[in-house]
Design a protein around this ligand. Structure first.
Ligand SMILES: [Zn+2]
Length: 100
């Protein structure tokens, strides 16, 4: 899934901050080992940010299969047990038929 523009900006800002911090550590006279560790942490942070942004954007839509029923559940970033509850409520027309 491609990242949205706002997410791309967040990721670029995160990566840029990591680069600036790594450069500042190196310019302060830190050892190569310390600078390498800081650079690796910056890379890990950018990777974590990318993963978090993708997980937040992962959206699922489940629609009721009953003809004429417009009920659908749209959700993202929910725990597995909550996903099961939402899917079950959306596909079982008898559970939400009174809502129409
Ligand atoms: Zn339905």
């Amino acid at each position: 899934m491609a990242l949205r523009m706002s997410d791309q900006i967040t990721l670029i800002a995160s990566a840029a901050a990591g680069g600036v911090i790594t450069t500042q550590v190196w310019m302060s006279g830190a050892t190569a080992h310390t600078t390498t560790v800081v650079a690796l942490l910056a890379i890990i942070n950018a990777a974590w940010t990318t993963d978090a942004l993708r997980r937040n954007r992962a959206q699922h839509t489940v629609t009721c299969p009953t003809p004429g029923c417009g009920v659908k559940a749209v959700f993202s970033s929910v725990k597995p047990d909550e996903q099961v509850r939402l899917i079950t409520a959306a596909v079982d027309h008898s559970r939400h038929g009174g809502a129409l």
